[in-house]
Design a protein around this ligand. Structure first.
Ligand code: 7TS
Length: 403
């Protein structure tokens, strides 16, 4: 069970916005950070700052050990076979860019990549950038009226030119949880590797990359109660070994001359330059937090808030919810009559309620839904039913001004 005391672990939840207690429902964009993570960042800057993998001195060795400990923590958390398969990046976006730009070097004119209409721009644009060296065609899987993928169409899109399938585990707009394990099996039956964008799954679901049998899995620390500026690329070792480096610089080399450079072993081959090693070390504390509460408990709590708030919103005339797939994640995208999503968000903010408005970096999905944007509320471990009541009450209060 989720205790009230959890809220006390998040200093920011005590603040007011526009003279009202903050009700933070923009968790899909980023979740708030518990004190253990905030304090670890402050502690390391205050006592242990030294660059990783560079010095024989004690501080540097301590910093290196903390970073590598976190790598092993991530490895265990997602059940990867080896710590060499865990690459630290700046976030989901950089992780996808890494794969598209490095693995993508083998793509040729006429090759095809399968994406879905519900992808975040981070899982669209990097694949388009491959167009700089090869004319790669993007094939798109559609959704039904509940916001579920058309799996028959997905299966039909594979052909001998298909070189990659990339899709989100959970949609950041619709909340749909895609049947990724089956989708991966389908792709593998055609010999096609798969990248799963786990940015919205990792804060709520237990991820097992070996059970999923995915080739690449990516996520961001800041959506998992961790620090900003840190993300993870899991990659199957065999593929990572074959892939050329993404960026050049310090740390990623074995030997450099002006004529020729040889590269470091995994995972360092993909980690050029000084990483956010304090962020990475503090990310380990976010895993402590997740493990202490239990992802299963977190998910159950959020899904109860989702069920409760959805039923309250469904009773309000004029509210339209996008994404009603069974088993969806804890996110509600909606519009109010013909009101602009921006106006709804602005008025809710006046009442202390933080929601997201706009296209949520999913413009192709907005076009598919036929709307310029939506209002979006997402739930995290620290949200309460009382907050859901206050959110719906605030919405009721502003609706007459909008319709
Ligand atoms: N993929 C998905 C499914 C996402 O939801 C996001 C961020 C990203 C990729 C990119 O993650 P980043 O950490 O590299 O930025 N989604 C959102 C959102 O919905 N609103 O703000 C950020």
């Amino acid at each position: 069970m989720i205790e009230d005391s959890i809220r006390e672990e998040f200093p920011i939840l005590g603040r007011e916005v526009n003279g009202k207690p903050l009700i933070y429902l923009d968790n899909v964009a980023t979740s708030q950070t518990p004190r253990v993570v905030v304090e670890e960042i402050a502690r390391l800057y205050g006592t242990s700052k030294a660059n990783v993998h560079r010095g024989v001195h004690t501080l540097s060795q301590e910093a290196t050990e903390l970073q590598e400990e976190c790598r092993r923590r991530v490895q265990r958390h997602i059940n990867a076979e080896s710590h060499e398969e865990i690459i630290f990046t700046r976030g989901t976006t950089e992780a996808i860019n890494l794969v598209a730009s490095s693995y993508g070097q083998r793509f040729r004119d006429g090759d095809e990549i399968i994406l879905t209409v519900m992808e975040h721009h981070a899982n669209i644009v990097p694949w388009q950038l491959i167009g700089n060296h090869a004319d790669v065609k993007i094939r798109v899987v559609d959704i039904n009226e509940r916001g579920e993928l058309d799996l028959e169409q997905y299966r039909s899109l594979f052909n001998e030119r298909t070189v990659m399938a990339a899709f989100c585990h959970v949609s950041n707009v619709l909340g749909t949880q895609n049947p990724v394990k089956d989708m991966i099996a389908t792709a593998h039956a055609h010999g096609v590797p798969v990248l799963v964008d786990g940015a919205q799954a990792s804060p709520h679901l237990r991820i097992d990359v070996r059970d999923l049998d995915c080739d690449f899995y990516v996520f961001s620390a800041h959506k998992m109660y961790g620090p900003t500026g840190v993300g993870v690329l899991y990659g199957r070792k065999r593929l990572l070994e074959e892939m050329p480096p993404y960026q050049g610089g310090g740390e990623m080399i074995k030997h450099v001359t002006f004529e020729k450079t040889t590269y470091a072993e995994l995972p360092f081959k993909f980690e050029a330059g000084t990483p956010d090693f304090i962020g990475i070390a503090a990310f380990a504390k976010a895993f402590d937090f997740l493990d202490r509460i239990g992802l299963e408990n977190i998910e159950a709590h959020e899904l109860e808030l989702l069920r409760y708030t959805t039923s309250l919103l469904t009773e309000l005339e004029g509210v339209h919810i996008y994404g009603t797939a069974p088993g969806k994640g804890p996110v509600i995208s909606f519009n109010v009559g013909n009101a602009h999503n921006y106006d709804v968000g602005l008025l809710l903010d006046r009442l202390g309620v933080a929601v997201r408005t706009g296209h949520h970096c999913a413009q192709p999905l907005m076009e598919r839904l036929g709307v310029p944007g939506t209002v979006r509320a997402g739930f995290a471990v620290y949200n309460t039913k009382e907050e859901c009541d206050s959110f719906v009450a605030a919405l009721k209060r502003i609706m007459p001004m909008l319709m």
